[in-house]
Design a protein around this ligand. Sequence first.
Ligand code: AMP
Length: 775
Amino acid sequence: MKKSIGIDLGTTNSAAAIKKVRVEVLKNAEGELITPSCVTVRKRLMRKPEFIVGRHALEWLRQEPEQTITAVKRLIGRNFHDPEVQELIASGRFRCRLSAHSHGSRNSIAIQAGGREFSPEEISAQILVKIKADAERVLGDTVETAVITVPAYFNDKQKHATRAAAALAGLKVSRLLPEPTAAAISFGVDQVSGDEGKTVLVFDFGGGTLDLSLLAISGGQIIEMAKGGDMWMGGEDIDNLLVVHALRETAAREGMDDVRLRALIGRMEPGQRSRFLAELKLAAEKAKIALSDNPEVFLAVLGLLTDEDGDPLNIEAEFCREQIEELMAPMLTAMLKLVRSLLAEAHFTKDLIDHVLLVGGSSRIPCVADALRQEFGAEKVLLHERPMLAVAEGAAILSHRLADTQECPACGKETGQHEPVCPHCGFDLAQHTAEQGLVDIVHAAAHDYFIRLENDQRFLLIRKNTPLPCSSTEVFHLVDAEQELVHMQFYNVVNGREESIGDLWLGIDHDMFSADSKTVSPDAPPRVAVTLDIDESNLVSVRAALVGRPEVKVAGTLSRGKADEKLFLLLERTISEADQKGYSTYTVADLLCRARSIIRLIQQVVDERSGEVNESLCQQIEEKISKAVKIAEAEEAPLTRIYYAESMLTDYGMLIETPLQERIRKKIERLRKADEEGSYEETMQAMEELELLLEHPGLNTAHALTQIENACEICHRTEPDKAKRFMRAAAEVLAAAEKGEEPCFEQLEAIMPEVEAVLDQHASSTQEIHRGIRR
Ligand code: AMP
């Protein structure tokens, strides 16, 4: 029977658990309950790199710190230019080289290791691959589905990247569950809530993050009411405080100042320095953990650092509880501030909180629990018995609930999830479930969700803490009646800063506008209905469709720092530059037509589930964009020429001899092929050939009629009388031609200068490319 497990994919450590009759945390191949979230990438000659994950990778951290990635969760769904990422790089805490991804946009990030470039999700996937394999080994079965936990404040991009990591590892995600909620489930909903409701503040203090969540728990139902925390505050920061202190103590003991000691470290050969810093960090963490159970500890890193004379300079420091409390004082103050602001945001006071549930490895530090006891009262603070396993356990319980099937606790055979009685042995499954305490979770939106309107105005689509799943549809006007592109930008506001969650582009095909588009008044541009859906995992999907024309629609893919976003940004830049240059009508029409087909292609670049990028398609699109730029700069418009020649054949083919029609068709085909597949030069050559043929005298009448028709279209709104006159003239010419009579050239001669004036003016006027929306 395929198994569903719960996975705590942590910043520092990960764990997996399964619920059968009881919840069981699964041991990894090393026989441990916890797998360090650490990955070493080893380059291999002529073969794919090898990944070492977990405890063994921690060993490699000493040997090959630059090829070993810790805390990849801090990078997942982030971009290289994030101030926090830059800070992380500057602090030297990330020993691998980071950059923007060569296939991604500025909003991407890549880790250089083992001679290759990896996205954070590829590295996270390796942790999941090990967890999955280790679980399968213990369970003797395939693990197919998992509930994976994520910090409560993870944004859409970070959650999406987590789901992509799971897909790369071959895991289906049945739910992305906020870590504090998982901890509350594991604590035993029935322990903190009888029939009357209870309000629980979950305080999850892990290796990299502090995650806070305010939950209302009643009758087995958990409602997420508010979330907060700091994704850059965790046990690692405490390790760093210890490192700084140990260096200071060593300097003082050696009678040197901090600056000199740091200079000695700075002068080390890079590989040696990384090794020394990695060793120092491990020693600091060990000392910190020991200090949770002992009043005093000793930290030492021996024999790795030398002074200017080459004599060994050992790092040695003694710590007592009071010292760590002093070092952590600013952090404890910041922590309480976060707790208070979360309560204020949810309109709660301290006395309305029934329990404060402490989970996460760092909550074992005595002064952390003490600070919360002081804030809320000792009796309210509950320490989870297994703080580092609580999240995986909670995920396992939900995973079991969400699975389609379950194992009968009596006979062990597979039964349906909602079967009241086991069909194999008659065991009362319904009663068993009731005794276990039903877990039902009402998730809430983690952030406010906005869409950007014209002039940079923001419009709130979904408010933070709205119960999930939820959906919001709003109708916006396009900026212009004949707008062919709509660029919708979605974003969250996190800590007062805008964080893009992705863009959606809609191309409106003019052919689709057909007859009635020409009757749209410029005062009433078309409208677009935009829908934002958020599922229980807090994952966002978006849809947009033209009101009254549901066939003009786009759905789903939001670009997230990947190749598609890079290409969309390139397209946006191309369009803004074209706007600045002020190209004329037909050049703009040609460019828009290209933009629409480019949008369709960009939407296929990234596999929505796994996040994999189709690199050859990317290259093709880049080539198409640069060709579009070249054509626009030359003020050419091959596609509009094709459109013109085709409409002449369709509307006035009866006036053109069949062999000539055939020749035109061939030239059109040649131009279309050159435009699709050929170079700029080949396209221009094919266009010239078509132009030359269009000068054939046998086309004079058809040309004249096509031009009159185009002129009518242009001026029918602004100068209806003129348009009517043109139309009458065209009808007479056509009627004569159809009867096989010579058209009345005098009449044509009288009207053509006017027609040409309308066309010339239209062709030479510059066009702005609208792509915004407004209320
Ligand atoms: P988690 O993210 O919940 O796995 O927690 C990992 C963090 O907890 C790491 O920074 C560990 O150093 C820290 N940690 C684990 N056990 C203890 C302990 N007994 N005392 C203090 N910190 C701990």
